[in-house]
Design a protein around this ligand. Structure first.
Ligand code: UD1
Length: 463
C-alpha cells in the first residue's frame, strides 16, 4: 500500500466524515424484550445519544450496523439521523466484521470513518471531533483510550512513544500487557482513503476466532501508516450491557445535565434530586426546588419557579410562571407568562393564559383558560365522555368558584362567574353568573329540635 500524504485536507475545508455505529449486540444481560441499545438514558435511547453526539460534531453521513430482525433499532436510528443507512450483520463475527457490513458506505469516498458503539451513550461530541482531527492531521488510525480503574476485560493500548503500536485484547494479552491500564474504549477513527483495505486485511487468528477491529492498528503500521491514541475519561466510554450499568450511565448523564443547567444560570436548590431529560430547555434565572422530574420536551422561560415535588413533561412554561408544589404537567400544557398552577393540580393539553391562576387541587384538561382567569380550588374540566375528548373554553377574567365541574364541550365567556360547586353543562354568556347546583333550603330551628330530641332519647336509654 502506498504511504499516503500525511494530512487529508486543508485546515479550512471540513473533512467528509462517515460514522459507522455498531448496534448488533443482543444485550442478553439486560434481560429485556427490548434491544439493548433502545434502553433509555435521560429519556433518549442509547443509540439516540450516540447519533446525537455524531450529528452535533462530525457527521456528514452515518451507517448503523444492526443484527438480524432489528427493524425497531433501524427505526430509532432514522428518527435521530434521518439519512442514516442501515446495514445488517447476519452473523456476529467480531467488531471488524461488523464495521465491514458498512462496506458500501465506507467505499463511498469519505475522508474519515469513525466507528462508534451504540451501547456507549456517554460519548461527547468534542471527543468525536478530536478523533477525527487526529486522522485529519495524518494518522491512519486514531483509537480512543482511557485510564481504567480496573482494566480486566478491555483491550490494552501498547504504546511506542507517541504512537499506538497495537491493541491487545485481554484474552490474548501476556501477563505484562495485562498490567497496562491505558485501555481501549472502542471508538476509533480511520483514514477513509485506506479504511476498506485495512479492514479487509484483518484476520481472525486469535483466542476468540473473531475479526477484531482493534487489529487495524497493527495492520496499518505494517503498511507504513501511523496509529495514535486519543484519550477520554472512563465515564465517557462506559459500555452499558446490564441494568446496573444503565443506572450508572443515567447518574452520570443527570450530573452532566444538572451541571449544565447550573452553569447556564439555573438555581437548583438540591441538584441531586432534580431529573432532566436530554432535551430539557431551561432558561437562566429559573429556580427549581427539590424533587422535580422533567420528562421529554419541556421548556421553561426565565424567572419561573418550579416548586418541590412536581412532574413535568411536554410542557411549555412561560416567564415568571410558578408551578407546584406537587403539580403534574402533562403533554400540551402551555402556561403563559405570570400564570400559576399551584399545589396538587394536573394540567394536560391546555393553555393557561397570562396571569391566570389555577391554585389548588384542580384538573384542567383539553382547555383554554383566558388571561387573568381564576380557577377555584377543586375545579375539574370533565373532558372525556368515555369515547371522545372535548374542550372547555374559559374567557379572560372569568371566575370559577371552588369545586365546579365544567362538562365539556362548554364555553364560559369572559368576565363571567361560576358559582362554587356548580356542574356546568351549558355555555355561560359574558358577564353572567352560572349556578348549577341544588338550591339551599334553611329549616329554621331544625338543628336545635334535633339535638334536644336526641339528647332526651339517649338519657332514656332508647335507641
Ligand atoms: C471491545 C474491544 C476492546 C475494548 C472494548 C471496550 C474489539 C475486538 N475489542 O471489546 O478492545 O476494550 O470493546 O468496550 O473490538 N459488535 C457488533 N458485532 C460483532 C461484535 C461486536 O456489532 O460481531 C458490537 C457490540 O454490539 C458492541 C461493540 O461492537 O456494541 C463492542 O462489542 P463487544 O463484544 O462488547 O466488545 P468487547 O469484547 O467488549
Amino acid at each position: 500500500m502506498a504511504i499516503p500524504s500525511p494530512s487529508i485536507s486543508q485546515p479550512s475545508a471540513a473533512p467528509k466524515t462517515l460514522s459507522v455505529v455498531l448496534a448488533a449486540g443482543q444485550g442478553t444481560r439486560m434481560r429485556s424484550a427490548l434491544p439493548k441499545v433502545l434502553h433509555k438514558v435521560a429519556g433518549l435511547s442509547m443509540i439516540g445519544h450516540v447519533l446525537k453526539a455524531v450529528s452535533e460534531s462530525v457527521a456528514d453521513a452515518a451507517t448503523v450496523v444492526v443484527g438480524p430482525d432489528s427493524d425497531i433499532v433501524a427505526d430509532e436510528a432514522r428518527k435521530l439521523f434521518p439519512d442514516a443507512r442501515i446495514a445488517v450483520q447476519q452473523d456476529r463475527l467480531g467488531t471488524a466484521h461488523a464495521v465491514l457490513q458498512a462496506r458500501e458506505s465506507i467505499g463511498a469516498g469519505h475522508d474519515v470513518v469513525i466507528v462508534l458503539y451504540a451501547d456507549t451513550p456517554l460519548v461527547r461530541p468534542g471527543t468525536l471531533t478530536r478523533l477525527r482531527d487526529a486522522v485529519v492531521n495524518g494518522a491512519a488510525v486514531a483509537a480512543l483510550g482511557f485510564e481504567a480503574g480496573d482494566p480486566t476485560g478491555y483491550g490494552r493500548f501498547i504504546m511506542n512513544g507517541d504512537e499506538l503500536a497495537a491493541i491487545r485484547e485481554h484474552k490474548d494479552a501476556s501477563e505484562a500487557e495485562r498490567r497496562i491500564t491505558l485501555c481501549n474504549g472502542g471508538l476509533m477513527a480511520l483514514d477513509g482513503r485506506h479504511a476498506l483495505e485495512l479492514l479487509g486485511r484483518i484476520g481472525n487468528a486469535n483466542s476468540q476466532k473473531e475479526f477484531y477491529l482493534t487489529d487495524v492498528v497493527e495492520v496499518a503500521r505494517k503498511a507504513g501508516l501511523r496509529a495514535v491514541a486519543v484519550t477520554a475519561s472512563e465515564d465517557e466510554v462506559m459500555g452499558v450491557d446490564d441494568r446496573v450499568k444503565l443506572a450508572a450511565a443515567e447518574r452520570i448523564m443527570q450530573d452532566r445535565l444538572r451541571e449544565k443547567a447550573m452553569r447556564d444560570g439555573v438555581t437548583l436548590i438540591d441538584p441531586a434530586s432534580v431529573y432532566f431529560s436530554h432535551d430539557t430547555k431551561i432558561a437562566a434565572d429559573v429556580t427549581v426546588e427539590p424533587h422535580v422530574f422533567f420528562g421529554l420536551n419541556v421548556s421553561v422561560e426565565s424567572d419561573a419557579v418550579i416548586h418541590a415535588h412536581s412532574h413535568i413533561e411536554g410542557a411549555t412554561i412561560g416567564k415568571g410562571v410558578h408551578v407546584g408544589p406537587f403539580v403534574r404537567l402533562r403533554p400540551g400544557a402551555v402556561l403563559a407568562e405570570g400564570s400559576r398552577v399551584g399545589n396538587f393540580c394536573e394540567v394536560k393539553n391546555a393553555a393557561i393564559g397570562r396571569g391566570a391562576k389555577v391554585n389548588h387541587l384542580s384538573y384542567i384538561g383539553d382547555a383554554d383558560v383566558g388571561a387573568r382567569a381564576n380557577i377555584g380550588a377543586g375545579t375539574i374540566t370533565c373532558n372525556y365522555d368515555g369515547y371522545f375528548k372535548h374542550r372547555t373554553a374559559i374567557g379572560e377574567n372569568a371566575f370559577i368558584g371552588s369545586n365546579a365541574s365544567l362538562v365539556a364541550p362548554v364555553t364560559i365567556a369572559a368576565g363571567s362567574y361560576v358559582g362554587s360547586g356548580s356542574v356546568v353543562t351549558k355555555d355561560v354568556p359574558e358577564g353572567a353568573l352560572a349556578i348549577g347546583r341544588g338550591q339551599q333550603v334553611n329549616k329554621e330551628g331544625w338543628a336545635s329540635r334535633f339535638h334536644a330530641a336526641m339528647a332526651q332519647r339517649k338519657a332514656a336509654g332508647t335507641a
